[in-house]
Design a protein around this ligand. Structure first.
Ligand SMILES: Nc1ncnc2c1ncn2[C@@H]1O[C@H](COP(=O)(O)OP(=O)(O)O)[C@@H](O)[C@H]1O
Ligand SMILES: [Mg+2]
Length: 407
């Protein structure tokens, strides 16, 4: 089974787009420049009649920029194709450096370092700066025999410029990220309050309706026909469902602080099993547990962790609805710092796209799902300083791994 890393960062920022366009224009100009240099190397006598070569140069530059634009979507790290292009560029410039006297070639040797520094994390700037330095030293010592102090100054120039830009961009990105997070938090808090208010308001009349439905069901005086009884029980079931939804909503929007005390995870699993057993029997599911010997205790909120297990198991039961082999296994292991609860099913599994969204509130692929189960699990586990991981394969099954810190 392959590990699915869940990334919930969203990349929709106007200033990033502007930055991207600026970088594109810079690259465009520089690449045109370098193509002209290459042409001039071969045809030094080129005069004003360079329209055709210039056209070719522009086409090449546009193609290069197009490729760069398509493959540089990720602002955390450059892709393999982008990196290969930048390295090819470096080697062309290195080669030009070796065969020409043109001082501007040395300057454009720095370009990839600047561009990487503008766009990505520090480590990629350092990587490109090392390669650039290596190329320069190689050319300087094997072809050109520059003065040593000149080499030193130029190397310092490459490094200074890369590191300076990279660190200032890092700072810029940090500020932008913090601003975005604050904005998202505020937005969620406002929506949360509103939803919680509405949920409360709906719950009160619902309780009244439920009371009266029960009265009608038990009414011996008026003759309640069997059809009516059936309708009443449907209404009753739907009220229970609505009530569950409201509970989920309230829990999601107003998560309670976990009440952390020493707990035995085996007891929590066994207690959850008592609640889940009728469902296993109903759905003909083979259930097994494998609890590691001497499981250490953990600090956790008994009810909240039980809810996490139950939510995940309910999802697993749904996922195995059409499976021929219905096996559900709960396993626990531990290492020096954490305990791990693994819940593995033989259900439909999920694609990478779905796995990336399962913690989003209201994301569901089921007809009568609320899409809140896993977002509640996510916030509970995170409030316990833990993590949830998913391993899943379409058609084979899914494994949820809950990881919680030991006492
Ligand atoms: N064990 C599983 N196997 C396959 N898909 C799953 C599993 N658990 C969760 N999912 C997917 O995650 C979605 C969200 O789950 P959840 O947040 O509990 O909401 P709901 O159960 O209401 O749909 C489900 O609709 C389903 O597509
Ligand atoms: Mg669910």
């Amino acid at each position: 089974m392959k590990d699915l890393k869940i990334d919930i960062s969203k990349n929709t920022n106007i200033s990033i787009d502007k930055l991207k366009q600026m970088i594109l224009v810079t690259e465009y100009i520089y690449v045109s420049f370098i193509c002209i240099l290459i042409l001039r190397q071969y045809k030094p006598d080129i005069g004003m009649e360079i329209y055709l070569p210039l056209f070719v140069v522009l086409i090449i530059a546009m193609a290069y920029c197009f490729v760069m634009y398509i493959f540089s979507d990720n602002f955390e790290k450059p892709g393999m194709i982008e990196m290969s292009f930048r390295l090819i560029y470096l080697f062309i410039v290195g080669w030009l450096l070796a065969i020409s006297d043109n001082i501007s070639v040395q300057i454009i040797l720095v370009l990839p370092t600047i561009l990487i520094a503008l766009k990505y994390r520090l480590r990629y700037t350092i990587f490109i700066a090392i390669i650039t330095s290596f190329i320069f030293l190689f050319v300087a010592n094997f072809y050109r025999y520059y003065e040593y102090d000149y080499q030193f100054i130029f190397l310092v120039f490459i490094w200074m410029i890369g590191l300076l830009i990279s660190s200032s961009m890092q700072y810029e990105r940090q500020i932008r990220r913090e601003k975005n997070e604050l904005y998202e938090k505020n937005k969620l808090a406002t929506i949360g309050e509103m939803v919680a208010g509405i949920a409360h308001e709906i719950r009160n009349p619902l309780t009244t309706i439920k009371g009266f439905v029960q009265l009608l069901e038990n009414d011996k005086i008026s003759e309640v026909s069997s059809k009516r009884k059936e309708y009443l029980s449907i209404i009753d079931n739907e009220i229970v469902r609505l009530n569950d939804l409201l509970n989920d909503l309230l829990q999601y929007t107003k998560p309670t602080q976990p009440h952390l005390i020493r707990n035995d995870i085996e007891k929590i699993i066994n207690d959850s099993k008592i609640i889940l057993d009728p469902h296993f029997i109903n759905h003909k599911i083979e259930f097994s547990t494998n609890i590691a010997k001497d499981m250490p205790e953990i600090y956790c909120d008994y009810n909240q962790i039980k809810q996490v297990i139950i939510n995940i198991v309910f999802n697993a039961i749904d996922a195995m609805e059409k499976s021929t082999r219905k096996c559900l296994k709960v396993e626990t292991i531990y290492d020096l710092k954490y305990i791990y609860i693994k819940i593995k099913d033989t259900g439909v599994g999920m694609s990478r796209e779905i796995a990336e969204k399962v913690y989003d509130p209201f994301f569901t692929t089921r007809n009568c799902g609320t899409g809140l189960g896993l977002s509640i699990c996510y916030s509970i586990v995170h409030s316990h300083s833990g993590k949830i991981n998913i391993k899943s394969e379409l058609g084979k099954g899914t494994e949820f791994i809950i990881c919680l810190p030991k006492v």
